[in-house]
Design a protein around this ligand. Structure first.
Ligand code: GLA
Length: 743
């Protein structure tokens, strides 16, 4: 990787083996974007890539020429109000009411490695050789506000990270009303836009549409990244697919309100903007103060969507997630929520734990209902002391019994919330986010604590830390079950109310930072009614996320498939639950529930005591299988083979780093009679290596070279209601198979 700078024409070229990113100082001093894409040769001069042509109706910058208009120039951090009419990257309301800025190049620094972003999650390096960072310092000569654009290029992969920092060196306070993390102007619009949308229990479905002149956007204004949209957008060439073609993915390392937008102008250039949602946002920047935007990560791939995803997976697994659990196989857990809901006693929990331990489970997780007077969803949130009626010896006592069984113990919290019927609310009614004089709306009968206030975060930290010190707790499920309404902080003045949403998320991050630092061995799993905050911001603190409250295997195929476009398998919480399924009432075979859940962190969300002996044996085998292959599945390379959207069969696979072992999951939604012959073309194998094919501990005759399996395919035809071959299971609805390849 290298960052070239040519002082003669002030051109910067950031490149590694895969990508080039080129920009230059423009004649008006602002920064222009020249190229982002596949690696190209370095030259001293790329000025021909700056096109300045006269176009009717354009406004011109220089008095003596009509050629130079920012309307036609691709920029690094677009500004509205002079000659560019597109949506800007930044907007600053100044003392005289003007919102125009003019950021011109002053100086730059090139540093090895990557600096951390104060108070914000971000990708990182472990040695200075892993990346180089360019800091471009620009300044507005009128307001003396300094804009620093940060660019980090990693030594490997088509990755470039971006963020912006604004510092007020002027004499007056200003209001920042927009500060995006990323602005990328591309020279054409021949792209399809791919977004990941949904709702509670059907999160992150891929949705594709062509870019057109005008605006294409997704966003969240809910105070969290949301079930509805994800802070992730992909541009793909029309001909690109899973295995080939040009793709750009842009992901925001942030968990609050966001905007991801593409604007195609009259000349078919495309401007991507990604960052904190400007709606409702403002930040008062007093003289001397700085504002740092969250980080955006851009990945460019010429190996299609699959190539892009694997780059994100490696980066987010190895250089975004942190801590003790980052590189460790994740414990196979049992969670009592769907087994008991609020209806449990200590004895019932211990019965579940014992039965789970007999099957090989490693971690018991006690979900909602253990604290305060929490016997339903209307009360107790905020009172993080164990309920003595349910747990006579408290959490410490229960944890001791669980660990004596040979299991680890994990606990559910919802730190950001409070019920009105709680001691915390009675003591501090002013700690809730609500607007004076307005009705306060609830979500699941709960209210949001004002995490923009340090004393609120301190209080919750003290409560949680006390429990974590007293009891042997190895895992925390950190839930967050409502969106923010009537957003207002009683602790901030009127001209800072636009800061509350962002300050709230900074408060969440600070609590995570303190807890993960003080209790480094605890595994954190984030959750927000399932996947309502499945974003890179939280992956920095919690290496895994409860992917969705929908635990049905068929629904999960879609959810995990969509989630995999950005997020690694190791980050996806996935459990086997009971049938009929509690969300969709569907009855799926036990083997299919496991065959889907293997492609994640794996666990159970049921009472093993309710299983038949035959099912218990199957569960034991499932757990043994996962223990054998989880390193490969959670830390190998993931390939999507067949999409569950609009089709009856789906497939995906994980390949070990040395490409000698692979696990393939194949799924058929509905059975049919006399179905066509079928094969799937595998990916990621070593074409030269001969592989054995194993299914249910039985080896298929013959050996198969990697190239055969990738080009001719793996045959998955079955009896489909005809005559099963000897040893073959008869087909059924919601069927699935796992194949293991061994070189
Ligand atoms: C949310 C979570 C569930 C469970 C419940 C408990 O809905 O997503 O997994 O923890 O809260 O109230």
């Amino acid at each position: 990787m290298h960052i070239y700078y040519n002082p003669g024409n002030h051109t910067f070229h950031l490149c590694n083996r895969d990508i080039s990113y080129i920009m230059t100082v423009l004649p008006n001093g602002q920064m222009g974007q020249l190229y982002f894409g596949r690696r190209i040769h370095h030259k001293d001069d790329f000025s021909y890539l700056l096109e300045t042509r006269l176009r009717p109706m354009s406004a011109s910058v220089f008095d003596d020429s009509s050629l130079f208009s920012m309307e036609h120039i691709r920029q690094e951090y677009g500004l509205y109000g002079t000659t560019d009419f597109r949506h800007p990257a930044v907007e600053i309301l100044q003392e005289n009411g003007s919102r125009i800025s003019d950021f011109v190049y002053r100086e730059h620094e090139i540093a090895d490695g990557k600096p951390p972003l104060d108070g914000l999650p971000a990708t990182y390096t472990e040695s200075p050789q892993e990346a180089k960072t360019l800091l471009l310092h620009l300044e507005d000569p009128l307001t003396h506000i300094r804009l620093t654009l940060l660019y980090t290029i990693f030594a490997w992969g088509g990755i470039l990270t971006r963020s912006a920092r604004l510092t007020n060196h002027g004499a007056h306070s200003v209001q920042l009303t927009r500060a995006m993390s990323l602005c990328l102007d591309l020279p054409d619009c021949d792209w399809e836009w791919l977004q990941f949308s949904g709702a509670w229990s059907r999160e992150r479905y891929p949705k594709l549409r062509p870019l057109e002149q005008g605006i294409t956007a997704v966003d969240s204004l809910r105070g969290h990244s949301s079930h509805h949209q994800n802070p992730f957008l992909v541009l793909k060439r029309h001909t690109a697919d899973e295995t080939q073609g040009e793709v750009i993915g842009c992901s925001l390392v942030y968990s609050g309100n966001f905007l991801a937008q593409a604007q195609v102008d009259t000349y078919d250039t495309t401007r991507i903007l990604l960052g904190i949602h400007p709606a409702g946002f403002s930040w008062k920047l007093e003289p001397g103060a700085s504002f740092q935007t969250p980080e955006a990560v851009m990945v460019h791939s010429v190996c299609g969507l699959g190539g892009m995803s694997r780059t994100f997976h490696t980066l987010y697994r190895e250089r975004l997630a942190r801590g003790f659990w980052r590189d460790r196989e994740r414990p196979i857990l049992i969670n009592n929520w769907e087994a008991t809901y609020f209806d449990f006693t200590q004895d019932r929990l211990l019965d579940i734990a014992k039965a789970a331990k007999d099957c090989g489970v490693e971690l018991f997780v006690l979900d909602d209902g253990w604290f305060g007077k929490r016997d339903n969803e209307r009360r107790g949130l905020g009172d993080w002391t164990p309920n003595p009626q349910r747990l006579a010896q408290g959490i410490a006592g229960l944890a001791e019994r669980i660990t004596a069984l040979g299991l680890r113990f994990g606990l559910w919290f919802e730190p950001e919330m409070v019920n009105r019927d709680s001691d915390l609310f009675r003591a501090h009614p002013d700690w809730v986010i609500e607007t004076p004089g307005r009705h306060s709306s609830h979500g699941r009968f709960q209210y949001v604590l004002d995490f923009s206030r340090a004393e609120v975060v301190d209080h919750i930290y003290d409560r949680m830390a006390k429990l974590l010190r007293e009891a042997d707790i190895s895992y925390i499920k950190w839930d967050m079950n409502r969106s923010i309404t009537e957003c207002y902080s009683g602790a901030l003045p009127a001209d800072r109310q636009g800061e509350v949403f962002h300050r709230y998320i900074l408060g969440v991050y600070s609590l995570y930072e303190r807890l993960t630092a003080a209790f480094p061995h605890i595994l954190f799993e984030s959750c927000a009614s399932g996947g309502g905050r499945f974003d890179p911001g939280l992956l920095y603190y919690a290496p895994q996320t409860w992917t969705s409250d929908d635990s049905d295997a068929v629904e999960r195929l879609k959810i995990q498939y969509g989630t995999s476009f950005c997020y690694p398998v190791s980050s996806m919480g996935s459990h086997v639950s009971v049938v009929p399924n509690h969300q969709v009432n569907r009855i799926t075979p036990l083997h299919t529930r496991a065959n889907v859940a293997y492609f994640g962190t794996f666990g159970y969300e049921l009472d093993p005591g309710s299983l038949t002996d035959e099912e218990k044996c199957a569960v034991k085998e499932q757990i043994a299988f996962m223990k054998q292959y989880r390193r490969l599945i959670q830390f190998g390379d993931f390939y999507r083979l067949a999409s569950p959207f609009g089709r009856n069969t789906a497939a995906w696979m994980c390949v070990s780093g040395d490409r000698r072992t692979a696990v393939i999951g194949w799924y058929r939604i509905l059975n049919g009679t006399n179905l066509p012959f079928e094969r799937i073309r595998l990916q990621g194998l070593d074409p030269e290596l001969p592989y054995e094919i194993w299914e249910d501990n039985t080896r298929r005759g013959g050996i198969y070279y990697g190239d055969e399996l990738m080009h001719a395919g793996l045959i998955t035809s079955d009896a489909s209601a005809g005559q099963p071959l000897p040893g073959e299971r008869p087909g059924c609805d919601f069927d699935s198979r796992i194949f293991v390849l061994q070189a």
